[in-house]
Design a protein around this ligand. Structure first.
Ligand code: NAD
Length: 313
């Protein structure tokens, strides 16, 4: 297939580019480099089946012509604002980058008659729903603008599916970690320590506890859902059954960096307004496809810390 990946220079998008090329597809990535990095794709330079377009999805003079003339069979829509805390002060960041990019992708697909969409959704759409949350949980009450932007995106993917026959694979990710990260707790802690090795500042009380999935496992799960499911709309939670506390993330980052420094907590049960301090996913729908994460949440965080230290020094 010829595949368009939005946000292809980002953390997850760049790993997806690798996997799709390895599977024999032709790949075009578009990214405005607001959070992504050209370096994440530098190793693909010279690959005749790959092209990076540096451009803005919300710019009609760039995106619609790219999609219209591209001959794409499928779009993997990964572009979004991934800095959840930032939009508390400026909600339009998530309206534009998390929601409106999806709408523009759908409109461009409608115009170009592209019928397959893989979408990066998130556990944030569930807000602070208690218990083990399954795909059919409702009503959905996100508590971050980011979660709201993703939920609105899912709603339009549903209506575009019904109106124009666009088939979708909506994969709802937990926290994802690994090399080439552009954000997230492991990335932030490493960079805080590079700036100041005498102490590690941690937002909240360190007791936030969530599942962390390694990026190669995530990409493998997305590909499992994409290749094995064929309903008009395919919605799957992606995750791992184990969890890691923020205090343990801080400890793993210090240990992997070989640094002995105190951890200073800012206090409070969450890192920022809109942060969901703990959640648990029901991933049984995915495991029924025969998929399982290859490592625990703790192993994923440790491995990510090692990779991010190695690429940051
Ligand atoms: N990393 C996680 O833990 C996680 C969890 C749940 C969902 N997700 C979702 O997965 C997707 C990928 O996330 P990521 O962690 O790789 O983040 P990322 O920020 O590294 O990747 C997103 C990419 O999109 C690009 N982008 C943003 N707005 C754009 C625009 N208007 N035009 C063109 N490019 C634009 C950014 O430059 C960036 O490279 C996102 O949709 C994110 O919401 C990520």
């Amino acid at each position: 297939m010829k595949i368009l990946i939005t946000g292809g220079a980002g953390f997850i998008g760049s790993h997806l580019c690798d996997t799709l090329l390895a599977a024999g597809h032709e790949v075009v990535a578009i990214d405005n480099l607001s959070l992504g990095r050209k370096a994440n794709l530098a190793h693909l330079e010279g690959d005749a089946r790959f092209r990076l377009v540096i451009g803005e999805i919300l710019d009609d003079t760039v995106f619609a012509p790219l999609v219209a003339g591209g001959g794409f069979d499928c779009v993997f829509h990964m572009a979004a604002n991934s800095d959840i805390a930032r939009s508390h002060a400026a909600p339009s960041i998530d309206f534009d980058r998390t929601f409106l990019t999806t709408f523009r992708v759908l409109e461009a697909m409608r115009g170009a008659n592209i019928k397959k969409l893989v979408f990066a959704s998130t556990s944030a759409i569930y807000g602070e729903a208690g218990g083990l949350v399954a795909e059919d949980h409702g009503p959905l009450s996100p508590i971050s603008h980011y979660g709201a932007g993703k939920l609105a995106s899912e709603a339009f993917i549903s209506s575009f599916g019904e109106n124009y026959g666009i088939q979708s694979w909506i994969t709802r990710f937990p926290n994802v970690v690994g090399g080439r990260a552009t954000h997230g707790a492991v990335f932030d802690f490493v960079h805080r320590l590079i700036a100041d090795r005498t102490a590690l500042k941690v937002l909240g009380n360190g007791k936030q506890v969530k599942p962390y999935l390694f990026v190669s496992d995530l990409v493998d799960a997305i590909m499992t859902v994409f290749t094995r499911c064929d309903e008009p709309t395919n919605i799957y939670n992606v995750g791992v059954e184990t969890t890691t506390t923020v205090a343990d993330i801080a400890r793993f980052v210090l240990e992997e960096g070989g640094i002995d420094a105190p951890i200073v907590y800012t206090g409070g049960d969450r890192g920022w307004i809109g942060d969901v301090p703990q959640f648990a996913y029901d991933i049984s729908k995915l495991t029924r496809l025969g998929w399982r994460a290859s490592m625990t949440s703790d192993e994923a965080v440790r491995r990510a810390a090692r990779a991010i230290w190695a690429e940051s020094l």
